[in-house]
Each structure stands twice: as C-alpha cells, then as structure tokens.
Design a protein around this ligand. Structure first.
Ligand SMILES: Nc1ncnc2c1ncn2[C@@H]1O[C@H](COP(=O)(O)OP(=O)(O)OP(=O)(O)O)[C@@H](O)[C@H]1O
Ligand SMILES: [Mg+2]
Length: 362
C-alpha cells in the first residue's frame, strides 16, 4: 500500500474522532435521519417483539464505514430498554473469549459485535449455537477424554455489524432474522444531520452552508460531521463563528475538499486522466505513475468514489473519464475523447431503464 493518508473525506475514523462522535449520535430511532426502509423495518421488528414480550430476531447491519451501524446498534438497545454489551470480531480470538461474554449476558441484553466478519472461526461456530438455541458447549478436559458440557445462556439479542457482508459465512448470515442494508445518504438527509449536529455543537449554520457541506460529504454522515467541525474552526478563526456558504466554501477549499467531495488524490487522478490521457482509456498502472501513487492506492482509495459518482468508468480497455468528469474540471472534452463508446453504451442503458420505468407510470 502507499502512504497516502486520506484526511478530510476519509469514511473511516480514528480513535480520537470516535470519541467525538459519541456526542453526536442520535439516541432514539425517531432521531435517526434517513435510511427510511431500514428504520421502518427495524421499528416493526422491535415493536413486534415488545408486543410479544420476547427478545427480537437477531439483527445484522451491513454497510460502508460511517453510515450509522454502531449508532443504530445503540438505538436498538435503547428502544428495547435493554442493557448493551459491546465487543468486536477482532477482540474475540478464541472461542473461550466468546463463551465468557455469552455466559454472563443478562436476559434480554443486546450483544453488539462490531466487525463480525473478523471473528475467529471456532468462535463463529460457537456463536451459531448460541444464537439459535441460547446454549454454549463448554469443553471440559483435554485430548480424547474431553467432553462438551452444554450450558444454557439467557435469551439475548445479537446485533452484528459488518462493512463486508460478503465475507460472512452463510450459516452465520442465516441466523440473523433481520438484515439492514445501509446505503449512502441523500444530500437532503445529510443537511438534516448537519443542522442537528450544529445544534449539539452550539454553532449557527445557515441552510446554504449546510447544503454546501452536505454536497461535499460523499453521502456519509461521518464525513458530514467532520467537515462541519472543520468549517466551524475556520469560521471561529476567520469570521464571527457563524457558518455561511462563503465560510463553508473557503474552509473546504483550504482543506482541499472540492465541490463534489473529491480530495487531492481524487482530483489528481481525474486531472491526469483528462489532461494527460485525453480522457482515456488508460491502464491502471499507467494512470498511477502519472499521479505518483501505487496502482493499489488509485484502485482502492480513489477509484471507488470516482466510479460511484459517475466521473470515471472502468472499461475492458482501461479507465475512461465520463462527460461529467470533463464538466467537473471545467474542461471541454476533445472531439475524439474516448468516452464516446463507454458513455454512449451507458446512456443507452440508462435510457432504456428510464423508458421502462416511465412506461409503468400511467
Ligand atoms: N442516520 C444518522 N443520523 C444522524 N447521525 C448519524 C446517522 N448515521 C451516522 N451518524 C453519525 O455519523 C457518525 C458515524 O456513525 P457510526 O459510528 O454509527 O458509523 P458506523 O457505520 O458504525 O461506522 P464504522 O463502520 O466505521 O464503525 C456518528 O457520529 C453518528 O452520530
Ligand atoms: Mg461502527
């Protein structure tokens, strides 16, 4: 890997930031912004269980970093009025670690296992049984004489979180009665989150500033909250502390986050693609040399968001800048720009989908 350290628009948080985030977490389902479908489904699951007076189904939350999985896990416990135990896949190295947690759970307790895809395999097998039968098999003795002694545990609710649902073994995945898939947030939802966070931080943010920050937050509440803190710092030093569109723009320009949420590396890739390779197609390693980074960095760090934003397309012949990429850089594509084929195919596909969708509406 390279030493490129993403700062302002990283979806990941370090320990310091996680501490700051605690204060901004919504505590109840009704304060959790966006993710309507997950929220409604979850609300039904929880209310149904409460009506029956039983622990709800186990819940799996999957989605990228910073989209609210930990927040939602805490909300589940709060909504159930149940105590919450927190652990994580990497912290459970042996099945004994898990047995220790499971055997001390109280009835109805919520067990939150973060990064559940990183749990050791023997522990995972113990977890299947615990989730299904509320039982752990404790091994007594060693060698051929060892026997498994079943131990009943209190009925609990398991909440697992993962950024990589695909890495979960099917038997584990199947034991979750409900899976919530967290998506990127719409700008309007991020604006609501920003207004709420600003209130908690005691800063004044006007609608234009919130819109400006939301547009640069890559659909991710964590990034939105981080950019808000940067803009607040800037406003305190350079202004009267109030957040306006102007302060937001100046602050985020200073931190090298552009109007679309691209940072220095993302823009470098885009500028190389358009400036040096006439929009491509160009191979990954050639592109990486042009921006002075490892191919892996370009592929893993920069590309996913560029592709998700529709600025870059991956084609069998290499990376291609889309018309939006040229527009974003404020450049006119050369007449022979290579996006012709890719973009034509793309818009043909979208066109068909659009027509199909329109056909259904009377
Ligand atoms: N729907 C939301 N409404 C309001 N704030 C949110 C929402 N989702 C996330 N946040 C805020 O974003 C920050 C990050 O959220 P959280 O820690 O829950 O993400 P995560 O999915 O657990 O990330 P990771 O995969 O890195 O653990 C928190 O400060 C949280 O308050
Ligand atoms: Mg988390």
């Amino acid at each position: 890997m390279s030493d490129y350290e993403r700062d302002a628009v990283s979806a990941e948080a370090d320990l310091d930031e996680r501490a700051l985030e605690g204060a901004l977490r919504p505590r109840r389902l009704e304060d959790f912004v966006g993710q309507e479908r997950v929220r409604e489904q979850l609300s039904l699951v929880l209310r149904g269980a409460q009506r029956r007076g039983r622990a709800p189904d186990h819940v799996l939350l999957s989605g990228g970093p910073g989209l609210g999985k930990t927040t939602l896990a805490m909300i589940i416990a709060a909504e159930l009025g149940a105590p919450l135990r927190i652990s994580s896949g990497p912290a459970i190295e042996r099945s004994g670690d898990l047995a220790a947690v499971l055997s001390t759970l109280q009835e109805g307790e919520v067990l939150f296992l973060d990064e559940i895809h990183r749990m050791a395999r023997p522990a995972e097998e113990m977890l299947y049984v615990a989730m299904e039968d509320f039982r752990v098999d404790v091994m007594v003795g060693k060698g051929p004489g060892a026997t498994a002694v079943p131990l009943d545990i209190a009925p609990f609710t398991m909440v697992g979180a993962t950024t990589r649902a695909g890495l979960l073994q099917a038997p584990l995945r199947d034991r979750f009665g409900f899976t919530g898939h967290m998506d990127f947030y719409a700008a309007a939802d991020l604006e609501l989150i920003l207004h709420r966070s600003a209130g908690l931080l005691g800063v004044e943010v006007d609608a234009n500033a919130a819109a400006e920050i939301a547009g640069r937050s890559r659909g991710t509440p964590r990034i939105a909250n981080r950019l808000l803190r940067r803009v607040r710092d800037y406003a305190e030093v350079h202004g009267d502390g109030r957040l306006t569109r102007e302060t937001a723009r100046s602050a985020l320009t200073l931190f090298e986050v552009d109007g679309h949420g691209l940072d220095r590396l993302d823009r470098g890739v885009l500028e190389a693609l358009c400036g040096k390779f006439r929009g491509g197609p160009v191979g990954l390693s050639t592109l990486a040399v042009a921006v002075g980074e490892e191919p892996e960095t370009v592929e893993v760090v920069a590309e996913p968001f560029l592709v998700r934003s529709g600025l870059v397309a991956r084609t069998p012949r290499g990376r291609v800048a889309t018309p939006d990429a040229w527009a974003h850089l404020g450049l006119a594509p050369p007449p022979d720009a290579a996006f012709g084929a890719a973009a034509a195919a793309d818009s043909a596909a979208t066109g068909t989908a659009g027509a199909g969708g329109a056909g259904k509406t009377p």
